[in-house]
Unconditional design. Sequence first.
Length: 133
Amino acid sequence: YTSAKFMISKLDLKIPILIGFFESILFLAYFIFIMISSLLTSNVERLDTLIIELLIYLTFSIVIFYISKLLIKVNKKAYTPFLLIQMFIVIITWPLLNENNFLIQIFAILLFIFALISIFITLLPQNRLRFFK
């Protein structure tokens, strides 16, 4: 019990920050994957829906990157948005786990696990206190 408590006390904000940057890269990679696979297969029902979906993933990638960057500076304004984004990632990856495409399932599993880890570490008392002194 004591060693587990010691390990938890050593979990720093660096891990969620790195995970945030990694998630940003994953969303950018997913954006590129969807764009290329849509162009190669021509399996697009509606072009406007595809464009909106691509813009959402690109915007999400940029927002995650920006908020993770603010988290480095222990900016109080970044704490809640970072947690909300991680919770949103958990929600949007859940349906992706049921996709037929193996790459999309791997993408969803990675994002799901990393988002849960980020939520857990960010909510630890020693990390929360860094923002709300």
